[in-house]
Design a protein around this ligand. Structure first.
Ligand code: MSP
Length: 472
């Protein structure tokens, strides 16, 4: 049995979860479930990023003490993760005492690569990130993600000497020791690495009061990214405990907007600590609302609770795992969501299950559950290369093929003509194939896969009183 450790980005707690936040969790969950089917022992981290000015100022605006505010919102993310049936094993908050203490120990271990200097340059308050002159010029002084002008900063900071790690980092990315997926993002990161200056890792306390104090310098607080990135190993107990059973992570799942922190800052920290790099970073695209970036100011943020309420959890998982491409930006619209529910879940799958169960019941058919077969080479190739939406397409094409097969073999006509044995054989074969497909479906729609298994492996096949996906 091999150990697999999976990590997801930890969201800021300055607001409610939105549908985009679901992507890290869902992608990691599909892989976690797939690995467990393969027999791996899986550890799966999720959590919340609670320090920094964004969280502090939103709490202030809401007149709530910041810790209370962070706790309230952290719980909302935890509830959301539960509602999505994410099979995580560890939930970390960056305000956890253990995390804070371990984070300070990490800083101390990195001290040979840390120096202090004055920063004089640009900063994006939305990204909580420093901006190079080149980026400033490219974006004409305004952050494309937050539509906010960059601000000028002059202050003392501690820096991580990225120059100490650049050559090693480049080699590790180029030769896929640290694999960055998709390939075009890897090339983007290699280009970015070239221009990356040393990285600021602290801010004066008067600019950033809500954070982890820098050990040995009370006037400085750790800049949120070093605090946040450390969570992936502090949750395993580093440096108090030996983490080699789980680290390096098999895969880290992050959105494209924060890939550079994971592909450059994070591996530099790990090299500085003498720890191995994660095996791969999967960078997913963004969920757009009707072709546009979701934003509070445009007013087009889609509430995940409304999506869950519309057609239930399985439909939520279905849409975001199949119709949101794993690596590029894709659109959510209510129309597309409703259409996918009716035409695909209700018609393709729900009807197939209902029809086949009815025919098996009428003809006294008893399929035998085969052993789980994950060996479809196309599916395996797509799952192990993290092309989950394409792997899901592959499962769906098998469902559609079964619909065609039931139509062309017409077992009801065989039964009508009294060819009972042939009818039973055809139905048994179809049910067997559906059971096989349900195994491939498990990582994506675990509850639906379980229901299909329950229906077709029962001693007597009972037709479900309500179809799996009732039409609205
Ligand atoms: N706190 C940092 C991450 C620190 S990880 C050590 C952060 N938080 S976030 O709340 O802004 O984003 C959390 C995750 O959600 C990121 O992976 C981000 O890319 C993802 N998404 C945020 N909006 C998204 C969409 N519209 N679509 C898909 N993913 C999106 O960044």
């Amino acid at each position: 049995m091999s150990n697999t450790y999976l990590c997801t980005a930890i969201p800021y707690v300055n607001g409610n979860p939105h549908i985009g936040h679901a992507m890290d969790y869902l992608l990691a969950d599909v892989y976690a479930r797939y690995c467990r089917e393969r027999g791996d022992d899986v550890r799966f981290q999720v959590g919340t990023d609670e320090h920094g000015n964004k969280v502090f100022s939103t709490a202030e605006k809401n007149h709530i003490p910041v810790m209370e505010y962070a706790t309230e919102n952290s719980q909302k993310f935890r509830d959301f993760i539960e509602q999505l049936d994410i099979s995580y094993t560890d939930f970390i908050r960056t305000t956890d005492e253990d995390h804070v203490r371990r984070c300070q120990a990490i800083w101390e271990r990195l001290s040979p690569h840390i120096y202090s200097a004055d920063y004089d340059g640009w900063y994006c308050e939305g990204c909580e990130s420093f901006v190079t002159q080149k980026e400033y010029d490219e974006h004409s002084g305004c952050c494309p993600d937050h539509q906010r002008p960059y601000i000028k900063l002059t202050e003392k900071n501690y820096y991580l000497r990225i120059a100490d790690f650049k050559a090693e980092l480049r080699t590790n990315i180029e030769n896929d020791t640290l694999q960055i997926l998709p390939e075009f993002r890897k090339q983007e990161m290699l280009r970015l690495l070239e221009d990356t200056p040393d990285i600021s890792i602290s801010r004066p306390r008067k600019q950033l009061s809500w954070g982890v104090p820098v050990p040995g310098d009370d006037s400085q607080v750790m800049y949120v990214w070093i605090d946040a990135l450390s969570n992936y190993i502090t949750v395993l107990g580093y440096p108090d405990q030996d983490i080699s059973q789980w680290w390096p992570a098999s895969a880290q799942f992050v959105g494209k907007d924060i890939l550079r922190f994971h592909a450059i800052t994070w591996p530099a920290i790990l090299l500085g600590l003498g720890l191995p790099l994660p095996r791969r970073i999967i960078s997913h695209g963004h969920v757009l609302a009707d072709g546009q970036k979701m934003s509070k100011s445009i007013g087009n943020v889609v509430d995940p609770m409304a999506v869950l309420a519309r057609h239930g959890l399985e439909a939520f998982r279905y849409y975001f795992l199949r119709h949101i491409d794993t690596f590029t930006d894709s659109d959510f619209t209510w129309d597309k969501f409703d259409q996918a529910y009716t035409q695909e879940l209700a018609n393709d799958l729900g009807n197939l299950v209902q029809r086949l169960a009815t025919l098996c019941h009428k003809n006294d058919v008893h399929p035998v559950a085969g052993s789980p077969d994950l060996s479809d080479p196309n599916y395996t190739e797509l799952m192990t290369s993290f092309h989950f939406s394409k792997a899901f397409d592959c499962v769906w094409s098998k469902i559609q093929a079964l619909n065609r097969e039931i139509d062309s073999s017409k077992p009801w006509e065989l039964a009508k003509r009294g060819e009972t044995e042939q009818a039973q054989q055809v139905l048994c074969d179809l049910a067997q194939k559906l059971l096989d497909v349900s195994v491939l479906l498990r990582p994506f729609l675990p509850d639906t896969a379980r229901k299909i298994q329950d229906i077709f492996t029962a001693d007597d096949i009972i037709v479900p009183a309500t179809p799996l996906f009732p039409k609205p």
